[in-house]
Every structure is written in C-alpha cells, then in structure tokens.
Design a protein around this ligand. Structure first.
Ligand SMILES: [Zn+2]
Length: 505
C-alpha cells in the first residue's frame, strides 16, 4: 500500500467526537486504504466547483499582492463572499429545477445550503455580505476543508492564503471571474439575477472551462504529483465499471464490492495489469471493511443496555450472549458459513452479501451473523490472492484483524459459543478501556476522556450511542466529484459513463 499522501492535514487526528466513536480503535486500516486509493478525497469534499473556485481565488490573491500574514482577513472575506455566490446560485437552481440540477450534480447540497436556502426562500434574494457572515462557522469558509485535495492535485499550495499550484490554469479558471466580481456586490442578488447566473451553478462545471481545469488537475500526470493522477484515474475507472448500468439509488459500496470482489472474468474486463493490481487492492480494502463494520456493530450491541440504565459489565455480557444459539463455535461459526469460494475455479463468492441479506432481528443484524461475518474474514485468509490478502490484513498490529479472528476460532472451536463469546466480550471491554485511556487528553476544560462510556464505581453508563455505521472508503464524495466533472453521468435512474470519461482511460 502507498502510505498516507500529503502534508499534515491528511494525517490530523480525529476530532474528539470522532475519537469517541471509534471505541475499539479498529477503523484506522480503512482510513489508510481510503487515503491511498482515493488520495486527498475526504468525506466533506463532495463538490468539484469549490476546487475550481479556490484555485481562482488563489490567482486573485496573487493579483492583489496579498500575502499570508497581512491579508488573511481580507482573503477570508473574499472566500466567504465567493462561496456564498456559488451557493446561492446553486440553491436557487436546485429549488427551481430540482430534477435537472440533481441529475447533473447529485444529492449533496451546496455548502451552507440551510442558511442560504432560508434567505433565498424568505426574501427571494441573496444578500452576499450578510450571508457571508452566517453560512459557515469557520473563518475561512470551506477553504481549509478542501485544502488537502487542492494541494494534492496541484490547484493551490494548500496555504491559508494559497498561491496557485501548477494545475491552476489562469485562462480556464477565468470562467469564474464573474464570481469574484459578484463577491464584492453590495446590492442583494435577486432571484432573477440568480437565474441568469445559472452557468455558475455547481451542476454546470462539467462542460465549463473550469471543469476542464479540474479534470486535468485530477487525472493528467504532472511532474512531482507523486502518482496521484494515475491512482485517481484507476479508482475512477473501477468506479465507472462498478456503477455503469446500476441504479442511482443503490449503495455505492455494494456496487464497488460486487465489481472488485465478485465479478467473474474481471481481469479480462479491466485489461491492463496495473488496473488489475489496483482492483485487487480495492478488493482487500472492501472485504476488510466488512470485518471492521462487524466489530463496530458488535460493540454497539454489547454496550446498548447501558443506554437505558447504568449496569455492570457482567449484566451486559449476560444479555449479549443470551442471544446466541446453543451450539459450539465450530458448529455455528465455521460449519454454518455461506461458501467463500467457487470450488471449481477458486473465485471469491459473496459470503458477506449472503449474510447481509439474511433475515434480521428488530435492530438489524443478528449477533450470530456478525460473528459469522468475522469468521468469513478469517476464512478469506486461506483463499485470497497475495495482493488482496496484503491489503486485507493491512499493516497495523493489534487491530482485531482477520488473523486475530482466525486464532480466536482455533482456540475456541470446541467450546460452547456463548462461553467463548462471553470471554470475547470481556476482552472487548478491556480493550475499549485501554483505548480510551490512550486517548485521555488535556483540553482547556481540564482532563478529558473522549468516550461515550462512563464508569461510575462498578457500573457503566452510555452517553449517546456508539458508532455502528460502516467506515467510509469515501466513495460518496469521490462519486459526487466524478459525476459533476462528467466522468460519470445519470440517465433516468441509472448510472452511465459520462461525456468526459475519456480523461480516465
Ligand atoms: Zn444546478
């Protein structure tokens, strides 16, 4: 695997809130895969046109002779006003022609959509200065959010007052000159003004010159770009293959899973060795994510009684194992799994999907199916090709990976499932306690333990809910940007390759 690309912001620690939501610390492997497979893309950067806008504003800062120290406030004011112009045009278009807007830009609203949307609805206009004070709590608006990807693809240097990067093409980005002009406007933009500015909407970037600039930045090799353009082309190519012909409402992760992990004859469909290798790395990451998700769900289930009332560990464990069938580990977790590979040709079969589609209980997964999902992960070790296997295992020690689970199954095969699961649950409590001690941190309010589980004597209480969603491989944001750039398109309810798909071939 390639290491984490980019400077500090891509490696910055999670916010305390995120940290509290990773109580078993099993998620890092997926974050590092995402950073390597879709470099620079994070879950909060869904819009291609903000990249172009920030590059255009970097050019503007250079024109005006602004430097970091003296002009930060003035620059930030310009960023905020320009983002409001882009947001207001997009909010108005989305309200007037929701179908057309959505077909070309997807489901993510413009940044600040609630604040801007309310003003446009209530006043039929957008006061740029007033909205610029209100649409975002962060001084520089969304500039810092996008700084990592903008630096990586060479649009800016990622600075607080950024300078234009090697991919910031002045001529192509002049398509956004009008936004810079409107940012300084005192008169509110009327609904009619906003309608006439529709070419500046988030959904209008694909065929506009600034779209060409962003596509080149993302996909065309440049000296010193550390190969990120090639990685973006490969991941985009797999994404188009995974989605083409599928329903827009379907799950992106499942589509990518089906394509990279379980498609018969995939090597022939992909062609180049390099792309095949990339697909196998994705395969390892996607398959591992099922196990990571299983641990998150198991922990959320284990501590869920504490959300109702404080209790002891022993009470929680008792309630936990009461859901399990009366059988040995071997009978329920090894003997009773869906097939992992095609016996004829050794190709992986979608055992994870079989479990996912099993009948659920009221809360979703049954506990025994979650344990089976972990057993499927352990079983994959014996069959995966070397490239997928390496990605599947990852490089982090002690993160409850598939090898841990394989050892656990070996040790416990002949024990009653409930007994073995009770010991596993006790181990998870110890692990969570040790994880949260490591996260103990000084804040300006004193020593803080970023955890949702609090101990009061021998009793435990859960504040809020533990995270139980799957960890993001950042496919929603990556897909959104590819869609807006015209690499992907929507026809009716279906994904297709977009008009500009050639740029990734
Ligand atoms: Zn639009």
């Amino acid at each position: 695997m390639t290491g984490v690309l980019g400077p500090a912001w891509t490696a910055k620690p999670d916010t305390p809130e995120d940290t509290g939501r990773q109580p078993l610390a099993v998620e890092a492997v997926i974050g590092s895969h995402a950073a390597a497979l879709v470099p620079g893309v994070i879950t909060t950067t869904p819009h291609a046109r903000y990249l172009a806008l920030h590059a255009r504003l970097a050019i503007e800062a250079r024109k005006r002779g602004w430097t970091e120290k003296h002009d930060l406030d003035r620059f930030r004011d310009l960023v905020r006003r320009a983002e409001v112009v882009l947001g207001a045009v997009s909010v108005a278009h989305s309200a007037d022609q929701p179908g057309e807007h959505r077909a070309r830009s997807g489901d993510f609203g413009a940044h600040g959509v609630n604040t801007i949307g309310r003003e446009v609805r209530e006043t039929n206009a957008a006061d740029v200065g007033r909205l610029a004070d209100a649409y975002s709590q962060v001084p520089g608006g969304y500039l810092q959010t996008y700084a990592g990807i903008e630096w990586l693809v060479g649009l800016t240097d990622g600075g607080r007052v950024p300078t234009p990067g090697p991919a910031a093409d002045d001529l192509l980005l002049s398509a956004l000159d009008e936004v810079v002009g409107l940012a300084g406007r005192e008169q509110p933009l009327s609904r009619r003004d906003l309608n006439q500015l529709r070419h500046l909407c988030l959904c209008g970037i694909d065929d506009a010159p600034d779209g060409e600039c962003v596509r080149r930045a993302y996909f065309v090799d440049r000296d010193g770009d550390q190969g990120s353009a090639r990685i973006h082309r490969h991941s985009a190519s797999l994404l188009v293959g995974a989605l083409d012909g599928g329903e827009v409402s379907g799950s992106l992760d499942m589509a990518m899973d089906r394509w990279c992990c379980f498609t018969p004859g995939l090597p022939d469909l992909l062609g180049s060795d390099e792309l095949q290798h990339h697909a196998l790395t994705w395969r390892g990451a996607l398959l591992r994510n099922w196990s990571v998700w299983a641990w998150r769900l198991i922990w959320a289930e284990l501590v869920s009684p504490f959300a109702w009332r404080p209790g002891t560990r022993e009470e929680a464990i008792e309630q936990f194992v009461a859901q399990l069938p009366d059988a040995t580990v071997r009978q329920s977790l090894v003997g009773d799994l869906p097939p992992l590979v095609d016996a004829g040709n050794g190709r992986p079969l979608p055992a994870e999907h079989d479990l996912y589609h099993h009948p659920r209980n009221a809360n979703g997964w049954t506990l025994v199916d979650l344990l089976r999902l972990l057993a499927v992960g352990a079983g994959r070790l014996a069959h995966l090709d070397p490239v997928s296997r390496e990605a599947f295992i990852g490089t982090l020690p002690d993160d409850l990976g598939p090898e841990y689970m394989a050892r656990w199954l070996d040790r416990n095969n002949d024990r009653p499932l409930a007994d073995a699961a009770a010991d596993l649950a006790a181990h998870l409590f110890q692990r969570a306690e040790s994880v949260s001690r490591q996260k103990l941190q000084w804040t300006r309010h004193g020593l803080r333990l970023p955890t949702r589980l609090r101990r009061i004597g021998d009793r435990w209480r859960l504040e809020g809910e533990e995270g139980s969603g799957s960890v993001s491989l950042r496919l929603p944001t990556f897909t959104s940007v590819m869609h807006q750039l015209g690499v992907l398109a929507v026809a009716g309810d279906t994904w297709t390759a977009g008009r500009h798909v050639e740029v990734i071939r």
